[in-house]
Write a protein that binds this ligand. Sequence first.
Ligand code: NAD
Length: 257
Amino acid sequence: MLDDLPAASTPAWADTRARLRDAARVCVLTGAGMSAESGIPTFRDALTGLWSRFDPAQLASEEGFRADPALVWNWYAERREGVRRAEPNAGHHALAAWSARRPGRVTVVTQNVDDLHQRAGQRGVIRLHGDILAARWLQDCPRRPACDIAEADDGAPPRCPRCGNLLRPGVVWFGEALPEGALDAATHAADNCHVMLVVGTSGAVWPAAGLAGRARRAGARVVIVNPHPSEIDDEAHAVLRGTAARVLPRLLALDGP
Ligand code: NAD
């Protein structure tokens, strides 16, 4: 229901819509809240759920993986299944359709490791934190030919039968570098946009959280879409309280190219 967003008639909404319509370049930074209405738990939701008894440092660090590879691999295997079952929500679709009407003008930078932006048809998404549906070797393999994959039968991650190298989830863990080129591309988009829309992020994970401040200092209008306060609300010129699947279709509808 779009009509149950009474705030949509406020000056902040009208101003944001006008700026989005007129902006030559828009950067959209998304976080876990973008996919929440697709049924994928946010990091915080996940931590209050089944896995709340585990330390996030164990589930999202190389040290934690090395300490208990099966536990971490299975946690990600369950999340992967959730992503495969999920469908893009109205927010993903609205953003992809709106961007398609503005070729070359909209850059989506996501912290999400799911593929819902892409499945909604969003082009050229910059993925800061990797891809949960991909796997990679824990260690670079010096062998030629490189490691073989042997499927594990006990829930443990597949490992190379020759050298023992383990497959690990293709996501960025705490303390790790972002995928090559991703941060540079995201920083360029933040520094050169006229409007930055920040959707569904707590602003707690760096360096992604710093992009809103960068955009603002470079002169962009920063607008946050989130039903709850975030750690970067102070960086925003406007905060639109509401969820991604309800706000984005309303915010991005009805304006021509
Ligand atoms: P976070 O869990 O720290 O914060 C989620 C934010 O989304 C909160 O501010 C919350 O208020 C907001 N939110 C909740 N429901 C919303 C909705 N329906 N619409 C809009 N906003 C909503 O997530 P984060 O800031 O992205 O950082 C956590 C890290 O966890 C990221 O690095 C990310 O890669 C990872 N993560 C990714 C996914 C995914 O790929 N879908 C899911 C969980 C965590």
